[in-house]
Design a protein. Structure first.
Length: 277
């Protein structure tokens, strides 16, 4: 059985071993990821992402954690779910009790610092941070100028100084990402920031082709589950139609679908029924 990965392991892997992380959304994906042996996994509560119905509730998160027990797994929640430091502490203690390893903290440096005091591992986020994208121009790469690159580096240092264990670096030019990754202490997770960081990180839904809308440039679709889901829906409709038609034509139920009674017992019942009138 694989050894459970810890914060200390992450620190020892930096600069020596490339890790791989995917975001998972259900127990089936967790089981598949565990079978492969991903070193890191990510997940988040419904509400953290655009498609609320496509993400788990807390009970489902726990099942996912149990399905992949050795991966270093972080959990995210929308800022509205943990708006204050006290609420974030309560949520963090809760996920740690259920086996999660790290809390996603966006760019909330004060939160990272306070949780670090409690011994709670935190993940910061730099570059394109979707909830804060209005400050960087929308869904665009960040760090394509020297000024922006220095700003990203300074953000990384703030996360490091606050006690952050890891940094998600999203859509940053790969040469910038590689340089910064080598200069900072936290584990740097590349989300569309090239191969030079400590961890390669993509969403499982992009790999499986279940993403609603356009798949981002930094991802790669290895399967087309949306097409498979559409095929299964057609099969579902056809099966229901066949059953409906069989009922009306008398083809269902067949003899094998019903319960028989001994003919003698049937005659006795019918006689008794007739006598009652």
């Amino acid at each position: 059985m694989r050894k459970k990965i810890t914060v200390k392991d992450l620190q020892s892997f930096k600069g020596k071993q490339k890790l791989v992380c995917i975001l998972i959304k259900n127990e089936e994906e967790a089981l598949a990821a565990d079978k492969v042996g991903f070193e890191m996994l990510a997940t988040g509560l419904a509400g953290k992402y655009k498609n609320d119905d496509d993400h788990p509730n807390f009970e489902q998160l726990v099942k996912m954690r149990d399905a992949a027990p050795t991966a270093f797994m972080h959990c995210g929640a929308p800022d509205s779910f943990i708006p204050t430091i006290d609420e974030a502490k309560k949520f963090s203690f809760k996920i740690l009790e259920h086996g999660f390893d790290m809390l996603y903290c966006n760019t909330r440096f004060d939160l990272i610092r306070e949780l670090f005091k409690e011994g709670i591992p935190c993940l910061g986020h730099v570059g394109l941070v979707p909830p804060k994208r209005t400050w960087t121009g929308g869904f665009v790469a960040v760090g394509k100028t020297a000024k922006e690159a220095m700003w990203i580096y300074d953000q990384c240092l703030k996360i490091q100084d606050a006690g952050g264990v890891a940094i998600e670096m999203e859509c940053v030019p790969y040469k910038i990402a590689e340089v910064i990754s080598k200069k900072v202490e936290p584990t740097v997770m590349s989300m569309g920031s090239g191969p030079g960081c400590d961890v390669e990180y993509v969403f499982g839904c992009d790999i499986l082709g279940t993403t609603k809308g356009k798949i981002p440039r930094h991802a790669k679709k290895y399967r087309d589950f949306q097409q498979e889901f559409a095929r299964l829906q057609k099969e579902r409709e056809s099966a229901f139609q066949e059953f409906y038609d069989d009922v009306h034509t008398g083809a269902f139920p067949e003899k094998k679908n019903v319960v028989e009674i001994n003919e003698n017992e049937l005659d006795i019942f019918l006689n008794k029924l007739e006598k009652r009138g």
